[in-house]
Design a protein around this ligand. Structure first.
Ligand SMILES: [Zn+2]
Length: 486
């Protein structure tokens, strides 16, 4: 925790020194997926970026409580309370219970997150599991005059709130600006002001998910769940609130208003937002035909893809861009990442076999320092990866006999790779990822030793030489036979 970490705060629009409220504890809330369809790659980028942040904070010694919710009710098609509920709509189309839809896509989301090697959050609460907490927050907002009820629905009074607070602070816009840029959506609700948003929505008879409340049988507005769940698990104020950049103008702006209306505090000190993923320079969208799912990217089964790429190549590709830059997906860019990732992993494999010399041509301490500096500069993973390619160059040179390294520096080099490649970037060596390999090798080694004991040297030599050819070396000693990768 001796690190001088700086993070870009959307709220202040500048990089600020990271100072947690209750170090070594850090509270981090990230808006999770709405589980009505397969998770798309843009969302994966967001969660991989926050996984990087979670991993780094943990590595430098913080005890992070990472809360990422599952939105399983209340998210309408339009962010401004218009359109049908996404989960109810999908349930009707599929002739399934809404909770069957929720279950299916929650399981699918977790599977994809695991494939990308993202660590699970500390708490993964659901909106439907926190209806009581949401109702309680609405009561407080009504009591304090920031909300009003019309015919069983409850709305947040944005103009009233803005008279004493800055509603557009996160977005950097003033209320007049926002009012002038908001479309009037005629005749579908009873809001007093154009920017007012729903806290509780009275359910129409055909609406599938509904709960009793003091105002009507209905369901909570989408923005409320995150205020309720972050407040419940992280308190009045916590350290980091994150999500995709598209959440800034409405969802996060409204969350801040709700929390301040209830507790007089902006819920988070640092607001962190990840940028968009584009495809060949265009926004990913179904209508443009350039939208594909993670598994289509792995298999290459989509018209826009030349071939498939492994999950770790995709993770590496995502981390090669800074989380606040737009990331443009294209076949050429993926090919370049694939080559880079393989180069890095080949070096990682060679590292195990490097031998220390009595003297050294390299001093690894400055490189280690640069890796920390990159991450301390707003989690700058592309700069970190560039430093790791310098480590790759050193590994290759030592392996080729062009450079010498002593034991102390070899130890630092191993530490850099373990810390930054695996612990922080969360990459896995897919070539060596076969967990069954030790068991298979034990079996082969036993077969070879049995042949040797039976004086069947033709077979024992065949096994030993065959293993040598595919890169495995056997070493016999009094204790038995050891194997290693050459
Ligand atoms: Zn949220």
């Amino acid at each position: 925790m001796q690190q001088n970490l700086f993070v870009y705060n959307t709220l202040s629009r500048k990089k600020e020194k990271f100072e947690p409220l209750n170090a070594p504890h850090v509270g981090m809330y990230v808006c999770g997926p709405t589980v009505y369809s397969d998770v798309h790659l843009g969302n994966c980028r967001t969660y991989i970026s926050f996984d990087l942040i979670f991993r780094y904070l943990t590595h430098i010694g913080y005890k992070v409580r990472y809360v990422r919710n599952i939105t399983d009710a209340g998210h309408l098609e339009g962010d401004a309370d218009q359109g049908e509920d996404k989960i109810s709509k999908k349930a009707k189309l599929s002739q399934l219970e809404p909770m069957e839809i929720v279950q299916k896509y929650t399981v699918g989301f977790r599977e994809v997150m695991q494939v990308f090697n993202t660590l699970p959050p500390s708490i993964e609460p659901t909106a439907t599991g926190h209806i009581i907490e949401q109702i309680e927050l609405i009561k407080v907002m009504l009591d304090r005059g920031f909300a009003y009820e019309v015919d069983g629905s409850v709305y947040f009074d944005v103009e009233k709130y803005n008279s004493s607070h800055d509603y557009g602070a996160l977005n950097g816009r003033n209320l007049e600006d926002l009012l002038n840029n908001t479309r009037v959506l005629g005749g579908q609700d009873d809001k007093k002001g154009k920017l007012d948003f729903a806290l509780w929505i009275k359910a129409k008879p055909e609406h599938l998910q509904h709960w009793p409340s003091p105002w009507s049988i209905g369901f909570p507005g989408w923005h409320l769940e995150c205020s309720a769940m972050s407040h419940k698990y992280l308190g009045d104020q916590f350290d980091i609130h994150g999500g995709g950049i598209d959440l800034v103008p409405t969802h996060h702006t409204n969350e801040i208003a709700q929390n301040i209306a209830c507790c007089d505090k902006n819920p988070a000190r640092y607001w962190i937002h990840t940028n968009m993923l584009t495809v060949n320079g265009q926004k990913m969208s179904k209508s443009l035909g350039n939208s594909f799912l993670p598994h289509e990217l792995f298999t290459g089964q989509h018209s826009i893809l030349d071939r498939g790429y492994s999950p770790m190549t995709v993770r590496f590709f995502i981390l090669q861009a800074h989380y606040r830059s737009t990331l443009d997906f294209g076949n050429e860019a993926m090919e370049a990442s694939d080559k880079g990732f393989k180069r890095l992993m080949n070096a990682v494999t060679l590292l195990d076999g490097l031998k220390a010399s009595a003297t050294t041509d390299v001093d690894l301490a400055p490189l280690q320092q640069k890796c920390y500096e990159a991450m301390n500069d707003d989690f700058n993973s592309p700069v970190l990866i560039a430093e790791l390619f310098e480590a790759t160059r050193i590994i290759n040179s030592v392996h080729d006999g062009k450079m010498k390294i002593d034991a102390a520096n070899l130890e630092v080099l191993k530490n850099i790779i373990q810390t930054f490649v695996f612990d922080v970037l969360g990459l896995k060596n897919e070539q060596a990822a076969n967990d069954d390999l030790p068991k298979v090798m034990e079996l082969v080694v036993n077969l070879r030793n049995e042949a040797k004991q039976n004086r069947d040297y033709a077979t024992s030599d065949k096994i030993r030489n065959g293993l040598q050819q595919i890169g495995f070396q056997l070493k016999d000693s009094k204790e038995g036979t050891n194997w290693s990768k050459i």
